[in-house]
Write a protein that binds this ligand. Structure first.
Ligand code: ARG
Length: 485
């Protein structure tokens, strides 16, 4: 079968052909392309472009192709330019002229846009599931360590003592927002471009809502030129993924520090650590390091995506092929990274004694002392100065604030009573936090419950979305769905 346009008198220069070819990067879209074609058959049947027998034969050939493709048995040939042409050639080999009818009322422009949305749906569901795993692991650790304290940092200098659970939940809050961003983006993925044609629709009497419904989309496009031309849904997913990995890289960086010998706050499980080829004692946190690096990879893809979309005239331009490459090569890197982090965090052992000692070393309770002075009637700015003076005195003696003598306290402010020690030290400091959203134990526990509830809501959305999609695909494949409706 020759697909080369008869308009062109010469064959394409092989170098140009190799340059333009997208077959290899399209491999991940093969199943999406076949399922999209199955939905298109129903559109053509409804429009009477195909009769029932023809539609039946096309369906059966496409279902066979899908099965073979799932088993990795459909080779793609670069001479056919892309996955769409490869599928058409494979069909025509089996069905003869009938195979050539399938491309009626369709262009590769709406076809590739459809494939990409289906591909993006699959990987968004997978990414969301794995980020959810990570949030669960964080909340599991948080529940496991309700009392452990560590220094909270600003500028990476000891700031104020906090609960480990509070710290872990701060990370969980970020990832929960990342999930919400993926959910919003997923909703916008549910618009089908199929039936837009090259850019202006078609003269055939088709109903694009048929393929939209069959593929599990919420609706079909409203404007054909928009449907084939924009890739904003890829850019926003790359943004959501970039930001999620930016959050993950912050978490990774912290764990690299916390497991460093000088901190000694935590140890990762041996099943997630690596050794050195020369230094026998080494236990390295490579997974955290590659996580930190991968956030850069996704950020690069996001910048490349937006740069590629910038200043494109309507409607389809071949530039968009590069958007596809960026997305299929980078977005699927995100989900396994989160899945691994989720498992790895559960292997972490924390060392509360070390964390508490670090909280003591840095005078993280100095604000507590200032707050105590405020309660004795000292204006805050004066209390700040007095507390700082006491920190300097304690620092010279190399003792914690609570170990200063009554005489030393009295020298700075005679109102300081013996009861001051009840407010000092990391555990007292944390217990004294009463404000909403603070590290006070009651607030942390309430926060954990709210996080769990919000996580469940988002999870329900994605589970329902995944089931709807699965059910649609099963129907198209002529299989009875395992999923209860
Ligand atoms: N391989 C192309 C892509 O990925 C498919 C669409 C080609 N359309 C065209 N008008 N040349 O974008």
């Amino acid at each position: 079968v020759s697909l080369r346009s008869k308009r062109l008198a010469k064959r394409l220069d092989p170098a140009a052909s190799a340059f333009l070819d997208s077959t290899l990067e399209d491999a991940g879209l093969l199943l999406d392309d076949i399922i999209g074609s199955l939905a298109h058959v129903s559109v053509l049947e409804d429009a009477k472009v195909l009769d029932a027998t023809e539609a039946g034969r096309l369906r059966s050939a496409l279902r066979h192709l899908f099965k073979d493709a799932s088993e990795g048995e459909v080779p793609l040939f670069t001479e056919h330019e892309d996955v769409h042409m490869n599928v058409e050639v494979a069909l025509t080999k089996v069905l003869g002229d009938l195979g050539k009818k399938l491309h009626t009322a369709r262009s590769r422009n709406d076809q590739v846009a459809t494939d990409l949305r289906l591909f993006a749906q699959r990987w968004t569901l997978e990414t969301a599931a794995r980020i959810r795993d990570l949030v669960e692991s964080l909340l599991w650790l948080s529940k496991k360590h309700p009392k452990a304290v560590l220094p909270g940092y600003t500028h990476l200098q000891v700031a104020q003592p906090i609960l480990l659970s509070f710290h872990l939940q701060a990370h969980a809050e970020r990832f929960l927002r990342d999930l919400a961003r993926l959910r919003d983006a997923y909703e916008r993925l549910l618009v089908s471009p199929l039936g837009a044609g090259a850019l202006a629709g078609t003269t055939h009497p088709i109903d694009p809502s048929i393929s939209a419904n069959a593929l599990g989309f919420d609706r079909s496009f409203r404007n054909a030129a928009d449907a084939v031309s924009d890739r904003d849904y890829l850019a926003e997913l790359l943004f959501a993924a970039s930001l999620a990995l930016t959050h993950a890289s912050g978490l990774a960086e912290e764990f690299i520090l916390f497991t460093n010998q000088s901190f000694g706050f935590a140890t990762i499980g041996d099943d997630y650590a690596t050794g050195s080829s020369i230094m026998p004692q080494k236990k390295n946190p490579d997974v955290f390091e590659v996580t930190r690096a991968r956030s850069g990879t996704l950020l690069g893809a996001l910048v490349a995506s937006l740069s590629g979309l910038k200043a494109l005239p309507l409607a389809y331009n071949r530039d968009l092929q590069e958007q596809k490459r960026l997305f299929v090569q980078t977005f699927p890197l995100v989900a396994p990274n989160f899945g691994l982090l989720a498992r790895m965090l559960r292997s972490v052992t924390f060392h509360p004694e070390r964390m508490e000692a670090a909280a003591n070393e840095g005078y993280g309770d100095a604000t507590e002392l200032a707050d105590y002075l405020v309660r004795q009637g000292t204006p805050f700015r004066d209390a700040h100065h007095q507390s700082a003076t006491l920190v300097r005195m304690a620092g010279q003696k190399k003792v914690p604030l609570a170990a200063l003598t009554a005489k030393e306290f009295a020298k700075v402010n005679p109102k300081i009573g013996a009861d001051v020690v009840k407010h000092l030290g990391p555990h007292n400091a944390v217990k004294g936090r009463k404000s909403p959203g603070s590290t006070g134990p009651a607030h942390v526990e309430a926060g954990r419950k709210q996080l769990l509830a919000e996580l469940a809501t988002i999870e329900n959305f994605f589970v329902a979305a995944g089931q709807a999609r699965e059910a649609a695909w099963m129907t198209l494949l002529g299989k009875t769905s395992k999923v209860k409706k």
